[in-house]
Design a protein around this ligand. Sequence first.
Ligand SMILES: [Zn+2]
Length: 343
Amino acid sequence: MPELPDISIYLERLQAKVLGAELMALRLASPFLLRSVEPAVGALLGRSVTTVERLGKRIVLGFSGELYAVMHLMIAGRLRWRERGAKIPGQLGLAAFDFSTGTLLFTEASKKKRASLHLVAGRDGLAAFDRGGLEVLTATDDEVLARLHAERHTLKRALTDPTLFDGIGNAYSDEILHAARMSPFRITTAMELAEASTLATACRQVLTAATATLRAEVGDGFPETVTAFRPEMAVHGKYGQSCPVCGHKVCRIVYADNEANYCATCQTQGRLLADRSLSRLLREDWPRTLEELEDHKAQRGAPRRAKPEASPAATAALAAPRRASAPAKATARRRSASGNDSK
Ligand SMILES: [Zn+2]
């Protein structure tokens, strides 16, 4: 699943390619992709792109007249930049946005069509897609701690929950936990401020370094290979290989359709996490699939974001579901107004 570094580079390159460009055509190849009814596809045609931004792991193209195309890549969705009018690839192709400057292809390398496109009118409409995850690059240690204390979970599970933390998935959670020297099984409600601080620092270091690496690779082109398995990663996808810090073999624990990689020496005081009770702990702390975690509570309101943000508006949002809540919408507008959703 593309995570914050991948999404950030998509945004930067999309800003270079389509800001100010006119949308000439939107070709839909998959009947499953478009999940909204209003506004119709035709409403976007002839409009130019005014904003390229991010809402959690979603990529949002804003068009003149406050219309938005909201793309969620899920696990296997990818974007590609091609000559204008490029053919949509047969098996993988979902859609093509034909801009005056070139064609943005939306593909998905999976039989399960989970990637989605919503067309939305107005900033208020966009607020419904805000999962409320904390922006870890700019969050304070106290804000991170408040999210950790909001629900009792394993740390691995909490980091990858889009309603708790923004833009972190299976790959970078492994990397962040290794950098922080923390067990994926640490119970979040038992964590203290010093741990939250260590975790926040690791988040910033890992995500910023990964983004810089990707940026250098892509240059002024467009990402062609977006993968969760990168050679420079320390533990993710490195089961059986040597930990770059201590040299011991990287371990794994498999649960549902998922796998966590960690170094027992660096992260768990040498303790292997393969025993049955810990397996069960992680399994029971998780929806069956990563996709379910991404989707879960999507219909729920926004109570959690009120905890770390003690503003009256956020507190008021506790009382009402997000879709109906003016304060929550105002929060979303504030997040979006900065051009991306960092604070
Ligand atoms: Zn190690």
